[in-house]
Design a protein around this ligand. Structure first.
Ligand code: ADE
Length: 230
């Protein structure tokens, strides 16, 4: 199976590249794509750079040019739910864009005409993740992830996103990747380990925990890859 694995930042895919060992590289559309085989699968791995636009480019290339059959996103997020502590894992049940605002035309926050507010992730991939979590003895949280082109470091903005979208975590790429995969008809999965709580301490916490939380997410994603297609 051709599996795409994406992160937004270099730190989010480094643990994956270290684990797969050897790979070839291909430069295209402002990204480096790392290709290798892993077990019975062919992988294409890349980090997009931060935000919805760059992540949409990378996901599109993975679908269209690399023929990805499945896309798995691995990275870090700011926690909204009080249950989520730094290092905890959340898989998205659905994703939304918290910064979409055309309410002046009577639309709800997050809605773009002919689109949807929430894009759901693939059921089978979520079920596989739940199995992996049990076998690894890891608590895996499932919930809504809100995406926007903002690093959220304020209790007020975080509370607004929670109230408006019932979101459990937030980040800057998941919903754009979801939108791309949905439109290409590619099953996708978004996993994030918490790096901060999107509050006044978020900047410091993010810098402190980016690497360790990225590794938690990457390790889990690779375990899913090993079992895909079983
Ligand atoms: N990714 C990790 N933490 C984040 C935050 N606080 N805001 C946006 N994206 C994030």
């Amino acid at each position: 199976m051709k599996i795409a694995i994406m992160g937004a930042m270099r730190e989010e895919i480094t643990p994956i590249l270290e684990e797969v060992g050897s790979y070839s590289t291909f430069e295209h559309a402002g990204n480096i794509f790392y290709e290798c085989s892993y077990g019975e699968h062919d992988l294409v791995i890349a980090y997009s750079k931060i935000g919805k636009v760059f992540s949409a480019i990378t996901a599109s290339v993975m679908c269209e040019r690399f023929g990805a059959e499945v896309l798995l996103f691995s990275g870090v997020a700011g926690g909204i739910s009080k249950e989520l502590k730094i290092g905890d894992l959340i898989m998205a049940s659905a994703l939304c864009q918290h910064d979409v605002d055309i309410v002046a035309f009577g639309h709800p926050y997050g809605f773009i005409p002919e689109g949807v507010i929430m894009t759901e992730t693939n059921d089978e991939l979520r079920a596989l993740a739940a199995e992996v979590a049990v076998d690894m003895g890891i608590d895996l949280y499932e919930g809504i992830i809100a995406t926007g082109d903002q690093f959220v470091a304020s209790a007020e903005r975080k509370a607004w996103i929670e109230t408006t979208f019932h979101a459990d975590a937030l980040e800057m790429e998941g919903a754009s990747v979801a939108c791309v995969c949905h439109n290409f008809g590619i099953p996708f999965f978004v996993l994030r380990a918490i790096s901060d709580s999107a509050d006044g301490e978020a900047g410091i916490d993010f810098d402190t925990f980016l690497q360790s939380s990225a590794k938690v997410s990457a390790t889990f994603i690779l375990e899913m890859v090993k079992r895909l297609g079983d």
